[in-house]
Design a protein around this ligand. Structure first.
Ligand SMILES: Nc1nc2c(ncn2[C@@H]2O[C@H](COP(=O)(O)OP(=O)(O)O)[C@@H](O)[C@H]2O)c(=O)[nH]1
Ligand SMILES: Nc1ncnc2c1ncn2[C@@H]1O[C@H](COP(=O)(O)OP(=O)(O)O)[C@@H](O)[C@H]1O
Length: 211
């Protein structure tokens, strides 16, 4: 999409959430590949690094005392404890980027989405992906081949809890067909970028036109 050169815009925070297995990672990858001004927001976490992960790309890995100091200092836009580990969104990186027209993609759960909406209001756009059915969700988790039966049972329980928060999101989509869902998500991003309040200098521009 070509963007207006007359009116630079403020970036937005695009939250993509879904119960595990509904297709959030698949859609996020396609979106990042297709959208130049969209970057992944990199969280800080106390969880140990996993094989294949890169510091600064997947997460900024840190220890609990340092994380607590960052919480104290107000360095996070939001943070949460998930399964005994802490995760937080660093404030500085995002604030500078938004002002420069950079959009950020967030992979956070409903609690993070809610906190982020409270902290950053109009800059946040949230999208929730649902599976077409519970049977299909389980099928996708199994066919991904990354988890044991026990882990899948845990993810299915957690999925039901996640789904119960569907009405906390701005947009809710059913991910039946990957390409169709991707196009819907992209349409939302494109329309949201054009919102009046994100167009910087619009008041002066309109005033000038009316003179
Ligand atoms: N609130 C919040 N949640 C996060 C953040 N970063 C990651 N998470 C969530 O933490 C959970 C665990 O993530 P991770 O350790 O990568 O494990 P996995 O996604 O379950 O394989 C997921 O539900 C993420 O959405 C963050 O900055 N803030
Ligand atoms: N619309 C779809 N139709 C069929 N399979 C899908 C669809 N979307 C995602 N998948 C597959 O389902 C599995 C889970 O998707 P993934 O993106 O890893 O989910 P999440 O990040 O939400 O846990 C993957 O194997 C993925 O290829």
């Amino acid at each position: 999409m070509t963007e207006s050169e007359t009116l630079p815009r403020r970036g937005l925070m695009f939250i993509l959430s879904s119960p595990s297995g509904a297709g959030k990672t698949t859609i996020a990858r396609k979106l990042l590949a297709a959208e130049q001004s969209l970057a992944m927001s990199v969280s800080v976490t106390t969880r140990p690094i996993r094989p294949g992960e890169t510091e600064g790309k997947d997460y900024f890995f840190t220890q609990r005392p340092q994380f607590d100091r960052m919480v104290e200092a107000g360095d996070f836009l939001e943070w949460a404890e998930v399964f005994g580990n802490c995760y937080g969104t660093p404030r500085a990186q995002i604030s500078e980027g938004l002002a420069a027209g950079q959009d950020y993609l967030f992979d956070i759960d409903w609690q993070g989405a809610q906190q982020l909406s409270q902290a950053a209001g109009p800059d946040v756009v949230s999208v929730f992906l649902l599976p077409p059915s519970i049977g299909e969700l389980e099928h996708r988790l199994r066919s991904r081949g990354t988890d044991s039966d026990e882990v899948i049972r845990g993810r299915m329980d957690r999925a039901r809890a996640e789904i119960s928060h569907w009405d906390a999101y701005d947009y809710v989509l059913v991910n039946e067909n990957v390409d169709a869902c991707f196009e819907q998500v992209r349409t939302i991003l494109h329309a949201e970028r054009l919102k009046r309040e994100r167009q910087r200098g619009l008041i002066e521009f309109a005033r000038e036109l009316m003179r």
